[in-house]
Design a protein around this ligand. Structure first.
Ligand code: NAP
Length: 498
């Protein structure tokens, strides 16, 4: 007899308490769809918005669109919310919707294994064992930091910090700081560093395209009007959604929006950077849209401040007191901040999930992440992945995609209940057909042939595995519906349902 307590059993186990995990939990809770638990390795909800607290952190999707459609918030303080406000929105949602008792904090998934005899998922965590008929991986794509393999990084005498690990207190005054990377995190961080540090060197491996942000505050009258008229709030959301959708045509090179966006970025650079040499160094050498187009009004001006230097090449080596760039220049620094992103295309959790016949998800994804309708994976019965393969966007709100996938999961759960089947698994044929179609669409986009290296593309295969290569509305139409014919359904005890 073992001394360990029996696993806690529920219908649905959700891993992760960010937008995806909480969104699904809210729907399950509101609609009383059986028992569920949310396993969260940290001690609070919020996902990326709990972890990323660097100065300047904010969302570049409008607040009224970057929130649940089923939980509108008339009180957003500004058009683009700061990270802390989004975190509070998620914390309030968890509390007000009654999710808190269903959360298990400090519960990091160490292994999930499909038990074919028991027809359930056996899940081990740092807070005990769980068993669930269905497992939903909602761990996001910005949850594991990427630390580049830089020679000598461990020998640096100063501090090294990833942007997602910002401490409560960080003394910048009097220190010379190196900022590695020029993605969305770096662009948001630089203005605060430039203001507070004794000096900043920005290591730019490739220049980003930057367009004006033009954030605006909502007055108390604006907020009161939205609170008083929920239909006006929904109409605003719809307008923002369709405005964002228009940006997709740029990514498939429908020429006029693409050249308009490019012209906007070029005008912004010209207007904000008077120095011609600096401007040249900041001019991207790939097609606009290939990487995320960044929104900022204070990034370029910060680069022109005294004490701020642009090193237009990658960090290649670090020693005790300095950093050596690919250009050969050496920079003496006291602190190195890595705004080098996340391991989005190779999520480490895939190394901890074993499906049918002990198949490891990481092995199933050795050539890049794949899933049927971006959500269910052949070989992994009753497993759903939200915000995983081909479920991100470069032009519209991630929350729309997440809600689409939540809808898909709920339809699948309804199907299980209605048919009395015990397991559902997409057929390999259906999954392969879906993936082939995505590859076909991706081939004509700027992401695969725009001349950049981006985290949207899996380095191992060159496939676009992170982004959905079409509009957000097409995702809902094409991938949001559960089609029973594309699944193998097994009855309790192992028989295949007709
Ligand atoms: P990221 O976009 O992956 O950018 C990482 C940066 O690190 C890139 O500029 C990369 O250069 C650079 N880099 C990597 N190794 C380097 C080296 N050895 N030397 C110099 N540079 C190096 O990461 P992120 O900025 O953290 O953004 C991650 C995701 O979070 C993105 O989707 C972003 O949009 C999202 N995000 C969103 C918001 C928002 O407002 N919604 C805010 C922050 C972050 P290359 O460009 O050459 O690869």
């Amino acid at each position: 007899m073992s001394g360990s307590p029996a696993p806690v059993e529920v219908d649905t186990l959700i891993v992760g308490a960010g937008f995806a995990g909480l969104g699904l939990a809210i729907r399950l809770q509101r609609e009383r769809r059986g028992s569920y638990l949310v396993l969260e390795r940290a001690n609070d909800v919020g996902g990326t918005w709990r972890d990323n607290v660097y100065p300047g952190v904010a969302c570049d999707i409008p607040s009224h669109l970057y929130s649940f459609s089923f939980r509108p918030n008339p009180d957003w303080s500004q058009f683009y919310s700061p990270g802390g406000e989004i975190l509070r929105y998620l914390q309030d949602a968890a509390r007000d919707e009654g999710i808190l008792p269903r959360l298990r904090f400090g519960a990091e998934l160490t292994e999930a294994r499909w038990d074919a005899d028991g027809e359930c998922w056996e899940v081990s965590t740092t807070a005990g064992a769980f068993r669930g008929r269905t497992l939903v991986v909602a761990t996001g794509r910005l949850s594991e930091k990427r630390v580049p393999d830089i020679e000598g990084l461990g020998t640096f005498g100063g501090g090294v910090l990833h942007s997602s690990e910002w401490p409560d207190e960080l003394e910048l005054a009097g220190r010379r700081v190196g900022l590695v990377g020029t993605g969305a995190s770096a662009v948001q961080l630089l203005p605060a560093l430039a203001e507070r540090a004794a000096g900043v060197v920005v290591f730019q491996r490739s220049a980003p395209y930057v367009v004006p942000r033009r954030n605006t505050m909502f007055s108390s009258a604006d907020r009161a009007a939205l609170a008083a008229d929920p239909e006006a709030a929904q109409a605003l959301r719809r307008t923002l959604f369709w405005e964002a959708e228009a940006g997709f045509t740029a990514r498939i090179r429908a020429t006029s929006p693409l050249s308009r966006l490019g012209a906007t970025a070029a005008d912004h650079l010209r207007a904000q950077v008077p120095d011609a040499r600096l401007r040249e160094a900041l001019t991207p050498d790939y097609e606009i849209g290939c990487k995320r187009v960044l929104l900022s009004d204070d990034y370029y001006p910060s680069l022109s401040r005294p004490g701020v230097e642009l090193e237009p090449s990658a960090v290649v080596r670090v020693d005790r007191s300095g950093v050596i760039a690919a250009s050969g220049h050496r920079h003496e620094l006291d602190l190195l901040i890595l705004a080098t992103g996340f391991t989005s295309t190779e999520p480490p959790i895939a190394g901890r999930v074993r499906g049918r016949d002990e198949l490891l998800l990481a092995d199933a994804w050795a050539g890049g992440m794949v899933a049927y309708n971006s959500t269910a994976v052949a070989g992994f019965p009753n497993l759903f992945v939200i915000d995983g393969p081909n479920a991100s966007l470069g032009h519209n709100s991630a929350v729309h995609m997440i809600e689409t996938q939540i809808g898909f999961v709920l339809e699948a759960l309804d199907h299980l209940s209605a048919t009395g089947a015990s397991t559902l698994e997409p057929t390999r044929t259906a999954q392969d057909a879906y993936v082939r179609e995505l590859d076909r669409r991706a081939a004509t986009t700027v992401w695969t042939s725009g001349g950049c290296r981006s985290w949207y593309v899996d380095e191992r295969s060159g496939r676009l595995t992170l982004l959905w290569p079409d509009t957000a509305s097409a995702f809902r139409e094409e991938a949001g519906r559960f089609e029973p014919g594309d699944f193998v359904r097994r009855l309790a005890g192992g028989g295949v349902a007709g």
